[in-house]
Design a binder for this molecule. Sequence first.
Ligand code: R5P
Length: 313
Amino acid sequence: MVRDEIKVFCGNSIPVLAESICKELSVPLGKATIDRFSDGEIRVKIEENVRGVDVFIIQSTHAPAENLMELLLMLDAAKRASAARITAVIPYYGYARQDKKDEPRVPISAKLIADLLTQAGANRVLSLDLHAEQIQGFFDIPVDHLYATPVFAEFFGKRDLSDYMVVSPDAGGARRARGYAKRMGGLPMAIVDKRREKKDQPEALNLVGDVQGKICLLLDDLISTGTTLIKATGLLLERGAREVRVAATHGVFAAEAIARLSASPIEEIVITDSLPVRDRLKDDKFQVLSVAKLLAEAICRIHNGESVSSLFI
Ligand code: R5P
């Protein structure tokens, strides 16, 4: 089937980012109606012909679940309208934190969402900083998994980094932090030994690495309650770090997180626009970098059948 033509659509979760991506691609955002039936159910209609077209649907799947539902319905609509190929562009892949059955009677939500997306009509997925890399394997369709590190590297790379050190707030993020430290010209790195006995109550127990006198750049995939970063910051300062700064891809920001982080000793918090939080961030401590260019480049390469690997770490 021919798919020379590209069309990009979005749901209601991140329309500003979707517009920016379209601007980078020099294509208009496709027309779609997403509203509600009078009982509150979501109603979707793609308002343009997509038969034989290479379709990209941009939507982050953070709470509420309506964001996920909108994406599923849009995928189904595009599939039934005979799109040649449908790529779900999911800058923030929600429901990813339950990614293994590590206690009795829990779901593996990350796998369930993968199945739902595939069943709804996604032929491939483009995502950013998945909570765990193995989520790629939950899909039986191709997944292009990008990292926001090039965006952070460009931002921090303009500084004198001689006293900087990259710190992972937990063992799970060590690979990401190592890649970033390498990209920044071989910065030293440290790892916080984090334990989470109860949901949303992580403890920073120990530190692997010497942070004495260093500017620590804590690198994480997401900020929810902010507890992980606040606890890690306390430990780093206690161990002699000069200051702590943060680069985190997804600003999920659960209730009170922004206020707690504002009041914390963290000097600077840099996130991306994978979630629509810009309007909630009044404190100058927060900076939002756009991933539009990165995602647009990936979309362009996917459409043209080119490699996206140079966009990785
Ligand atoms: C944990 O594995 C993640 O990488 C984040 O560190 C964590 O989900 C952040 O959550 P919170 O901000 O609630 O501590």
